[in-house]
Design a protein around this ligand. Structure first.
Ligand SMILES: C[S@@+](CC[C@H](N)C(=O)[O-])C[C@H]1O[C@@H](n2cnc3c(N)ncnc32)[C@H](O)[C@@H]1O
Length: 301
């Protein structure tokens, strides 16, 4: 049986010893990587960054810090992700505030950024174009804010069905210096969205409803349901967006994140978005694990 927090104490420990103790408790609860997460929680309890902790391992914990650390470790043992405990997550080299209303951004979603930048072109001339970007289901704003930061003359609109997510996204835009080029709108799929845009990105909810109960507790119990639930087959929001895609993105490109194994089904949905008899151009991009993670679309005229 794992030892409970109330039986354990971080009393009179140095930062290094507290990190080792936290790691032991996490490991006993089946949580990995325990050593790294233990260090992050100790750093958070001390209010310093983890790098500084490593350089001052002998720093003693005060009584208030011991109590904070107790509660942070208890939250992690209850399977709350470290990113949620800390309130932020790194994405494409920048830190993003996250909140209970936003998805915890995933490294896999960086595939959309890589694909978008590749399609736009990596050279200075292309990067500095006045691209109009639309991010459907913006959550923390990680996709839109990253694209605006990487494309210095671009402007963008981020949408979501949850107004609290839009508030978090706006704060992230301010944090990364792109707020003057970003707008936010409460909207469902492409309802009420004008165009034309040059680049649409969307990481919609895509988990089939029946699979949500079987997800890891870190996801099932802490990511918002609206960020996960994609309907019976997981593809509901893609279908909604596909209906209006040609109107909003007549000459640009759309990039969609998909779950493992969903790329083929999305390509089929998108194949029906024709201008006259012309099927669209559709291609896929893989994530670092070799999984088709992103589907890119362009109407052909
Ligand atoms: C999977 S999360 C993605 C969040 C963020 N873009 C990211 O990549 O981390 C999906 C987001 O879409 C929002 N959402 C769900 N259905 C939507 C819809 N039909 N239209 C717009 N947003 C929607 C959710 O509230 C959630 O914030």
């Amino acid at each position: 049986m794992p030892e409970t927090i109330s039986e354990t104490s971080f009393r009179s420990l140095t930062a290094a010893a507290a990190a080792a103790q936290a790691a032991r408790l996490l490991r006993e609860a089946g949580i990995e990587p325990a050593a790294r997460e233990g260090r992050l929680l100790v750093a958070a309890a001390l209010g310093v960054d983890a790098g500084r902790l490593l350089s001052r391992p002998e720093t003693p914990l005060g009584a208030a810090e011991e109590a904070v650390l107790d509660s942070l470790v208890a939250r992690r043992i209850a399977r709350e992700p470290v990113s949620r405990i800390l309130g932020s997550r790194g994405f494409y080299g920048r830190d993003f505030e996250i909140s209970p209303a936003t998805l915890d951004p995933r490294p896999d979603s960086e595939t959309l950024i890589e694909a978008g930048l590749e399609l736009i072109g990596h050279d200075e001339k292309h990067r500095s174009g006045p691209w109009r970007v639309l991010d459907i289901g913006t959550g923390s704003g990680c996709l839109l804010v990253t694209l605006l930061a990487e494309l210095p003359n671009s402007t963008g609109l981020g949408t979501d069905i949850d107004p609290r997510a839009l508030e978090t996204a706006e704060r992230n835009a301010r944090r990364h210096g792109v707020a003057r080029r970003a707008r936010w709108k409460l909207a469902r799929s492409l309802d009420g969205i004008g165009g034309p845009v040059d680049l649409l990105v969307a990481n919609p909810p895509y988990v089939p409803t029946g699979e949500i109960a079987g997800l890891e507790p870190e996801v099932r119990d802490y990511d918002p349901r609206a960020a996960l639930d994609g309907g019976a087959d997981g593809l509901d929001v893609y279908r909604e967006i596909a209906r209006d895609l040609i109107r909003v993105v007549p000459n640009g490109r759309a990039l969609f994140e998909v779950g493992a194994g969903q790329a083929g089904a999305l390509c089929q949905i998108l194949a029906a978005t024709r201008v006259g008899d012309h099927p669209p151009e559709v291609r896929t991009f893989r994530d670092l694990n070799g999984i088709d993670r992103c589907v890119a679309w362009k109407a052909l005229h």
